[in-house]
Design a protein around this ligand. Sequence first.
Ligand code: MGD
Ligand code: MGD
Ligand code: MO
Length: 670
Amino acid sequence: MPWHVTACPRNCYSTCSLLVEVEDGRVRSIEPHPANRATGRGVCLKGLSYIERVYSPDRLTQPLARTAAGFRPVSWDDALGAIAARLKDIRARFGPQAVLYYSGSGTKGLLNAAGMIFWRAFGGCTTTYGDLCWPAGLEATRLTLGDNKHNAPWDLANARLIILWGKNAAETNVHQMAHIGQALARGGRLIVIDPRRTESAERAELLVRPRPGTDGALALAVAHALVAEGWVDRPFIDAHVLGFAGFSEMVRPCTPAWAQEITGVPAETVLALAAAIRDSPPVTFVAGFGMQRYTNSGQTMRAMLALPAITGQIGHPGAGWMYANLQTQVFGGQRDPIALFPPEKPDGVVRVSVSAARLGPDMLAQKDPSLRFAWVERGNPIPQNPETPAVLRAFRELEFRVVVDEFLTDTAREADIVLPSKSMFEQTDVIGAYWHPYLQLRRKLIDPPGEVKPETEIYRLLAGRLGLDPQIPGPDDAAIETWLSRKLAPLGITLDQLREGPVLAPGAEEVAFADLRFPTPSGKIELYSEEAARRWHGDPLPRYVEPFSGESGSLRLLTPNSKNRIHSQFGNLRTMRRFEPAPAAVLAPEDAATRGLREGDLMRIFNARGELRLPLRIDCAVSPGCIVVTNGWWLADGAAVNLLSRARETDMGHGAAFHDCLVEAQKARA
Ligand SMILES: Nc1nc2c(c(=O)[nH]1)N[C@H]1C(S)=C(S)[C@@H](COP(=O)(O)OP(=O)(O)OC[C@H]3O[C@@H](n4cnc5c(=O)[nH]c(N)nc54)[C@H](O)[C@@H]3O)O[C@H]1N2
Ligand SMILES: Nc1nc2c(c(=O)[nH]1)N[C@H]1C(S)=C(S)[C@@H](COP(=O)(O)OP(=O)(O)OC[C@H]3O[C@@H](n4cnc5c(=O)[nH]c(N)nc54)[C@H](O)[C@@H]3O)O[C@H]1N2
Ligand SMILES: [Mo]
C-alpha cells in the first residue's frame, strides 16, 4: 500500500497526524489520519502545500559558500573543510564559547538533540535561554497550577462556555474550531477576547476588545464581580486554592468601572463576562499566546488563571485552563518550563547566556570571550527575533556564520556557508505535541533531493573532521531507528506501533488535574505565589501592572500569526502567494482618517529602531490605536515586522515582549 503514516512536525498547536501517498519515490497526496481525535478531520492548506514545498525549485539541495559575487555551490568536502578549519581556529584563539549555537522552532523531533551532543563534544559553546513563543504563559501556569497540562482537545465539546482569550484558533489551531463547533452544536456558548475581530470571533456571541496588554485588569475586574456577587466556589477554594483572602482583598478596588478606564471594555461587558461564567458551567478558558507577548504577561496570565481557580472550573470534563499540554513530553528534561531559564550554576562547558528575546543586544554584549562564530539551525532569527536591526548587526560583526535550512532565508543570506537541510519526509523521528496528547512518528518516506543530508549526518561528518567521536545517532536509517527505539523502550512503546498511527503518551490524562492535586509548593492552586515573587521580583499576587510604555508612538504594533504561514515558513510558496500575494498594514478607519490615509496608500511605519513601508488596508476589525502586520514576512518581502519591535523580555519566563512596541504611521512620500 503506498499510503504511509507520518505527522507534521511544525511548531503548531495541531501537530496533525497524516496519511501520505508515495509512489515511485515521490510524495503524491496528503490526507488526515482519522485516528487522531484532535486533528482527524482535515489537513490545513500548509499541510497540503508540502508537496510544493518539498519539490520547490527554491529548495536548497547543495551547500553554498558566500563569495564576493554571491553564493556559489560547493561540495560537502569543501563546505565542511572550511567550517572545521574556522571552528578549530576560533576554539584555539578564544575558546569554544566564542561559538554561538542557535536553534529555533523550525521542526520538532528527538533527533534535534544531535546539535547539543556535537557542541558538547566540541568542548562547549554559548547558547540561548528563554524562548520567543510562550514562556510567560508557561511560567504563569506552572506557578499557579504546578504543571502545564490540560484536558484533551476533544473534551472541549463538553464545555457549556468557552472563552477564547488571546487566541485566534481559526487561523492558528484550525482543528480546535471543530471541537468548539461541537460544543456550540450542543448548546454551548463562545466568547472571544481579542483587540481584533478575528475569524475565530465569527461564531462568538460576544467579542470583548480590551486595549492591548490590559487583560490583567479585565481578569481582575471579572474576579471582583464574581467575588462581590458571591459567584465563587467556596468549598473548592477552601480545599484547593492558596491566597484567596489576599486575592479578594486585592480585587476589592478592581471594579468594572476601574477596568473600563484601563481596558476600554464597558463595565457592563465585564459584568456580562462574570455572569456568563456563573450561568454556564462547565467553563473552559482557552488562553492563547497573544496577551503573553507583553512586559506584564506573566502577571496577566496569573490574573486570568484566577478565574477558573475561584469558580472551581478545573479538574472535570468541559472545564479548565487550556494553554499548553505538555503531556507528550515524556522523554525527560522538557516538560518543566524551568528548562527555559538560564541554569543557576554554570556547567563550565555550555554557556547559557544569550536571551532569545534579546538575541541581538546580548550577542553584541558577550565578553570573555566575545562571539566570533554562529551556527543557526531550524530558525530564522533575523526576521523572527525582536529588534531585527540589532540581530543583523550582531550577525555581521561575527567572523563566520553557518546556517542550516531548507531555503535561502533572510538568516541564510547572511551566512558564509549555507547547508541544505532535510524536509519532514526525509528522516524518521519521534515527535510530541503541545495541544493533543499523542506521540507520533515523523517518518522517512522519500530520499532527500540532491546532496541534502540530515543534521545528524552533518554533525557526524563535521565531528570526524575535528577528530571527535560524539554519540550522534546514525549513520543510516537502521541506526536512527535503533536510537529511537531505545528512547521509546522505557515507555513501553514500539516503532511498529507508531508506524500504525498516533499513540497516546503514557499516563496521558483526558481530564487534567482530575485528582485535584496541584504540584505547587503548597499543593494548592497558588493565587499567592512566593516563588513568583522570589524568581521574578514582582508581587506574589497577580496585581495589575501597565505594559511597558517607555517610548513614544501613537499606534501599538500587533504582529499576530497568519493562517497560511508558520511564522517565516511557507510564505515563499506559490500556493500561499496566491492567497496572500503581498504584505499590508491594517488600521481602524478612524486612525486612517486622522492621518489622511486611504485604502491602498503606501505608509511609512516607523519608530526609533526602524521603518517599514507597506500599503494600508482599512478594517474596523482592528481596534483604534493599533496597527496590525502579521509576523513571518521576510526582509526580502519588505515586511519583516521585527525591524520595529524591541528586544525586551516578558516579566516572567524570559519570553519576548513583541507587542510592547509603539510606532507612528504616515503617508510615505513616493
Ligand atoms: N497558521 C498558523 N498557525 C500557527 C502558527 C502560525 O504562525 N501560523 N504558529 C504556531 C505558534 S509557534 C504559535 S506561538 C501559536 C500562536 O497562536 P495564538 O495563540 O493564536 O497567538 P497569536 O497569533 O500570537 O495571537 C492570538 C491573538 O491574540 C491577539 N492579541 C494580541 N494582543 C492581545 C492582548 O493584549 N490581549 C488579547 N486578549 N489578545 C491579544 C491577537 O490579535 C491575535 O488574534 O500558533 C501556532 N500555530
Ligand atoms: N513580531 C513578532 N515576532 C515573532 C512572533 C510574533 O508573534 N510577533 N512570534 C514568535 C514565535 S511564537 C515564534 S515560535 C518564532 C518562530 O521563529 P523561528 O523559531 O525562527 O521559526 P520559523 O520562522 O518557523 O523558521 C524556522 C526555520 O527553520 C527551517 N527548518 C524547518 N525544518 C527544518 C529542519 O528540519 N532543519 C533545519 N535545519 N531547518 C529547518 C525553516 O525552513 C525556517 O527557515 O517567531 C517569533 N517571532
Ligand atoms: Mo510560537
